[in-house]
Design a protein. Structure first.
Length: 219
């Protein structure tokens, strides 16, 4: 058994130096007390293959149920419609797992589309465009700003992810004017909040924004 000449402790296993003091070891090494087990690690490609297989199985099962039950299984059409969005979400997660702002932004926009589809499939009650979409715009802008400040990102690293939900949120005016949004007050409040956020960013970060814009547009 190995032993440290400085600490006078015995060490099992194969070590090149003492784990306590880093000094030389004497004696003969022996097998460790517990065997070292190799951990199985799944690669991104293997995870995507598993997900794709599950996706195909889901389509086959839903198609079979739809054929056997007929109109009584109308819900299977919704599942087959939403499943590709789930697959897309997984692909985006795997692609952007090391860039949190890209990941959160992409997932938020997918969530908007998914909720709009669910609302449409369940009778167009308007809860998605009236409450979910405005909430996601506000939540995405605040989350991006908080993450950028907490992670000490440079302005050029988060400017696009911050401005995109703020600017896109004003597209809600179209749905308010054409009467598609049955709960316009919540969308108006969200747009007013984001407008205040934009004004604050412009006032307090004007110099940084100007520098980023100059470099981007080569002005």
């Amino acid at each position: 058994m190995l032993h440290c000449v400085n600490c006078h402790v015995k060490i099992r296993g194969y070590k090149e130096s003492c784990p306590l003091c880093g000094g030389e070891l004497g004696g003969e090494p022996e097998d460790p007390a517990f065997p070292i087990l190799k951990q199985r690690r799944y690669t991104s490609r293997e995870i995507m293959k598993i997900a794709l297989f599950c996706f195909c199985v889901l389509f086959v099962v839903m198609g079979t149920i739809r054929y056997l039950m007929g109109p009584r299984a109308a819900w299977t059409s919704a599942v087959m419609l939403w499943a590709p969005l789930g697959m897309l979400g997984l692909i985006i997660t795997m692609a952007y797992r090391y860039h949190i702002l890209k990941l959160i932004s992409a997932e938020a926009y997918i969530a908007m589309i998914l909720n709009l589809l669910i609302d449409h499939a369940t009778g167009d009650h308007g809860w998605a465009i009236g409450f979910v979409v405005p909430s996601l715009f506000v939540g995405l802008a605040l989350t991006s700003l908080i993450i950028a400040l907490f992670m000490h990102y440079q302005v050029n690293e988060y400017l696009v992810y911050l401005l995109m939900p703020e600017v896109l949120s004003f597209l809600q005016i179209i749905f308010i004017r054409n009467g598609t949004n049955p709960f316009p007050w919540f969308a108006v409040i969200s747009m007013a909040f984001l407008l205040i956020l934009i004004l604050g960013e412009f006032i307090f970060l004007y110099r940084d924004f100007r520098n980023v814009t100059s470099k981007t547009l080569h002005l």
